[in-house]
Design a protein around this ligand. Structure first.
Ligand SMILES: Nc1ncnc2c1ncn2[C@@H]1O[C@H](COP(=O)(O)OP(=O)(O)OP(=O)(O)O)[C@@H](O)[C@H]1O
Length: 272
């Protein structure tokens, strides 16, 4: 569904944030992107959503296609119309607007009125709290509720591919679990997801495939189970070494993959 090939990005013509990055997300797939601070995860999402220029970044090389159609020369609004929507890091909602107005703003990118109406009822089903709080100013919501609103607003344009940048950042454990359930639910509705997450346990449990970015380059890529079993990922992102444990058991949804050490053999190592 999404294919990124040979993508290189710089900021201000000087800072090389991505170098020759290639990856793909199949139809109905969930891809998790791991990497330490400054590895280029947000830059990757910005490049796909066409928002690099807002941050002083530019694509120097590479292509980005969605269902075979090149989107890398399109502007952000046209990429939303192509069905690709990003929820940026830091749950940026319009604080001075009501919850309802925030959701209406998200519907601006919908392909038709019927699609917007369908999306609205799906968002209300997924986030009943947003119905209860519909007339409240967004700034008055809790952090977790604001994250729900940010995701709900993105879903209002009925996307086919959702780009989520650290949705669990700064949230309490119960809310992180809820975010995981919501991502799984969105996926069940047939939406492709690219998930950037510090919470690697949750992110790998939700994903089909995963990549690790290391100083702007893909250092590891494979199935989520393969990465969960890899020693490098376990030490750097899962916080422990030793024998692998099935990631799926730790998820609220059970929508994950058991990680068996033998599966690590097929892991694609792009760089040593
Ligand atoms: N607007 C910007 N202007 C200049 N340099 C930037 C800008 N945004 C990011 N960078 C640089 O690009 C590189 C990749 O940053 P990016 O934010 O994509 O990484 P990240 O993996 O998302 O990190 P984090 O987890 O800290 O958000 C870093 O060296 C960063 O300092």
């Amino acid at each position: 569904m999404l294919e990124v090939a040979g993508l290189s990005v710089t900021y201000g013509g000087a800072v090389q944030a991505l170098r020759d990055v290639s990856l793909r997300v199949p139809e109905r797939g969930v891809l998790t992107v791991l990497g330490s601070n400054g590895a280029g995860k947000s830059t990757l999402l910005r490049a796909v959503s066409g928002t690099l220029d807002r941050h002083g970044g530019q694509r120097d090389a590479g292509t980005i296609t969605v269902d075979g159609t090149a989107i890398h020369r399109r502007d952000a609004a046209s990429i939303v119309r192509a069905g690709v929507v990003q929820v940026p890091e830091g749950r940026r909602v319009f604080g001075h607007l009501t919850v309802d107005d925030n959701l209406r703003a998200g519907a601006a990118g919908a392909r038709s009125r019927a699609a917007a109406a369908r999306a609205r009822s799906r968002v209300e089903e997924l986030f009943p709290i947003l119905v209860t709080r519909s007339r409240q100013r967004a700034a008055l919501l809790s952090g977790g509720e604001q994250q729900m609103l940010a995701i709900g607003r993105a879903l209002m344009s009925d996307p086919r591919l959702l780009l989520l940048d650290e949705p669990s950042l700064g949230l309490a454990p119960l809310m992180i679990q809820r975010v995981g359930e919501i991502v799984a639910e969105i996926h069940r509705h047939g939406v492709c997801v690219v998930l950037v997450e510090q919470n690697a346990t949750m992110a790998l449990a939700l994903a089909d495939t995963a990549v690790v970015l290391d100083v702007g380059q893909v250092s590891l890529a494979g199935s989520a189970a393969e990465l969960a079993a890899s020693e490098q990922v376990r030490q750097l992102y899962l916080g422990h070494g030793g024998p692998a444990t099935p990631v799926a058991e730790s998820t609220p949804t059970g929508a994950g993959h058991g990680a068996r050490p033998s599966e690590a053999r097929t892991l694609t190592r792009w760089r040593s």
